[in-house]
Design a protein around this ligand. Sequence first.
Ligand code: ATP
Ligand code: ZN
Length: 210
Amino acid sequence: MLRIALQKSGRLSDASLKLIKECGISFTNGTGKLKTVADNFPAEFLFLRDDDIPRYVADGVADVGIVGENVVVEDRSAVTIAQKLGFSKCRLSIAIPRGESYQGIESLQGRHIATSYPNILGDFLKKNNIKATIHEISGSVEIAPSIGLADAICDIVSTGSTLMSNGLQEVEVVFHSQAVLIQTPTLSNEKQKLLQKLLFRIEAVQNARN
Ligand code: ATP
Ligand code: ZN
């Protein structure tokens, strides 16, 4: 039986469940349940917080999982991306207070940047030879400049309306993300076969959508 980790509730949940359903896999999910077995496929679903999914998959508690690529890359857990899924697209961007002058990436030199993605941001700054101070905060990153905690932020953007309403302007795109199917590095032959079967169905769903 293949153990599949999905986000319990959030921006990935609906599209993840829709994909599973379109793959012809059904289950009766009692609301609030953390675990359920599929009716017509040898799979068990675990419903977790998205942040926990890479670690569960890396540890082999779950065999595969659906999570944002941003979370996988930030987490640095030992998992493999088996398939990009094409939904929950967003980007990780740096934003500064609107109206402040910006002359390109050098403007970030020596600045303080608040983010929940210190690893991805750190790699980006290093690659661009920018020395800035990263302040790791876990939520409400977009208010950091207005309360004097940082000069800039690095956060998830999809439409930009959250930035707008917090008086921020997007100045650099750091990372493009979408939902991905991740797998544990070592799967038994039997589970590998089940995963192939699942991937085959996902591919068919994706082809039908395009
Ligand atoms: P959890 O309670 O599971 O920890 P969360 O609040 O951390 O959830 P969500 O806001 O549900 O996470 O976002 C989950 C993922 O969806 C993000 O990691 C990202 O990949 C993607 N995502 C985030 N914001 C957006 C957005 N505005 N538009 C599209 N996708 C997004
Ligand atoms: Zn989360």
